[in-house]
Ligand binder design. Structure first.
Ligand code: ADP
Ligand code: K
Ligand code: ZN
Length: 437
């Protein structure tokens, strides 16, 4: 039996009815705050919203137009600022995965509140002040570094701001300081493990028990693989800079779906083509409204991230709904010879094959009039690259499994462990060389 622990039990287990009442109160405040910004003043007046009181019920949220990444770019630098510039004490920026990075501002209170959401997430995985936490994610403008950092300090963990990279140094710090918990991208956790032996360590030199993995999509098979390789528990962590950063949704000790903190955000899931809400439990694009941010209120932000709500409550007793693992972004769908494919579908197939190694790359090229999909994967450490027959059989198995799932016949290339490029931040796994017209 898991002994569930809560950072803020009252809030985390608030009955739905009260939670929604609270959301409505905060939504009114957020609309009032938004009306102080040039951007929202114009946007909201256009649809006849002139005061937070126009939100009579949570349903009225639907009257507010969506906000997009492009809106944030257009409103830069002051268009969405709701406080005097002297009130802001920090800025962060998105990674720029899909274009110019967007800038987000925070007041002192905003930073405190953000840290408290993160603390709630971390404590909810069973961590305490007894833990030593190595934050192997990029510090700086990226929200993942400082965002998790301050939440971890709030919990009282000993925090090592290691940042990513330098595998030898990471192991040394892990050993010297008896690190029990790490935060990294899933791809970095796999990469780091592949260097363990080479750097002269074994798992028994380390005290690692848990990892928080996020910033990029990964499959359930990848989670299991990381857990088995390291013999630890891996918790999925979701966030985006427009909504502060990490701390939006996180897995609890039950490790099945991420609780999205509904006292901090209003979450909707919409059909990205019709903009209508999807039926409860169905997959669509996550739309988020941040409820308490002073510096930069953002209403109905289209995250582009695809997910769905769990319809069942979690055994941990938290009343805040869970979202499923993000399967990708609406904008990372590939259309290959007319067939829609998400990189996550490919990952799910190949990571389910145990002889496949820890890194892969998806390439799409033009081959005459047709598109050609090549899936390059590393092989596991026990596969011999000079033994052609089993290698060909493995290739054929991967090809067949992919064709069955995605209805496209790919070319499969096998590479030695460590041969494919790794990135320090978010993994770049798709290379599309087709001319854009
Ligand atoms: P960018 O939007 O430029 O990538 P961010 O640094 O704000 O900048 O990254 C947020 C995005 O990262 C999310 O919208 C989502 O696409 C992705 N992401 C973050 N955490 C996860 C996760 N646990 N699973 C899948 N995707 C994630
Ligand atoms: K401590
Ligand atoms: Zn739970």
């Amino acid at each position: 039996m898991v002994q569930y622990q809560y950072w803020d039990k009252e809030t985390e287990t608030l009955p739905r009815e009260e939670l929604e009442k609270f959301q409505l109160k905060l939504l009114r405040e957020s609309v009032n705050r938004a009306l102080r910004t040039p951007f929202y003043k114009k946007r909201l007046f256009q649809v006849g919203i002139t005061s937070g009181d126009d939100m009579k019920s949570l349903q009225d949220l639907q009257k507010i137009p969506f906000t997009t990444k492009q809106d944030l770019r257009d409103a830069f630098p002051d268009g969405m600022l709701a406080v005097d510039r002297r009130e802001i004490v920090r800025l962060h920026a998105s990674s720029g995965t899909t274009g110019t990075p967007t800038t987000i501002y925070f007041t002192k209170k905003d930073l405190e509140r953000w840290a408290s959401y993160v603390a709630r997430c971390i404590y909810g995985t069973g961590c305490t002040r007894d833990d030593v936490f190595q934050n192997m994610i990029t510090y700086g403008l990226f929200t993942g570094g400082l965002g998790i950092h301050y939440g971890a300090e709030m919990v009282g963990m000993l925090v090592i701001p290691s940042g990513p990279g330098n595998t030898g140094r990471q192991f040394k710090m892990m050993k010297d300081h008896r690190t029990t918990v790490v935060h990294a991208t899933p791809s970095f956790l796999l990469h780091l493990h592949s260097k363990l032996e080479e750097e002269g360590y074994t798992l028994s030199d380390l005290a690692l028990r848990k990892a928080f993995a996020g910033a990029e999509p990964y499959s359930e098979d990848t989670r299991r693989r990381i857990e088995e390789l390291w013999n630890i528990d891996v918790y999925n962590s979701y966030g985006l800079s427009e909504m502060n950063g990490p701390g939006v949704a996180f897995e609890c000790q039950h490790k099945d779906g991420m609780h999205l903190w509904e006292d901090g955000y209003i979450a909707e899931i919409i059909n990205p083509d019709t903009f209508e809400p999807v039926a409860n439990g169905e997959t669509g694009e996550l739309v988020l409204t941040i409820l308490c941010r002073e510096a930069m209120p953002i209403l109905r932000y289209r995250t582009r991230d695809l997910t769905s709500f769990y319809t069942e409550p979690c055994p941990c007793g938290r009343t805040h709904r869970r979202i499923r693992r993000i399967t990708g972004r609406t904008d990372d769908m590939l259309i290959i010879n007319g067939v829609n494919v998400f990189p996550s579908q490919i990952e799910e197939v190949i990571m389910g094959i145990k002889e496949v190694g820890n890194n892969y790359l998806i390439q799409v090229d033009k081959d005459g009039a047709l598109d050609r999909l090549t899936v390059k994967t590393e092989v596991g450490p026990n596969i011999f690259m000079d033994d052609a027959r089993p290698l060909n059989a493995l290739k054929e198995r991967i090809r067949h499994a992919l064709q069955t799932t995605i209805s496209i016949n790919p070319k499969v290339e096998l590479h030695e462990p460590g041969a494919l490029p790794v990135s320090e931040g978010k993994a770049k796994r798709v290379i599309d060389t087709r001319p854009k017209d």
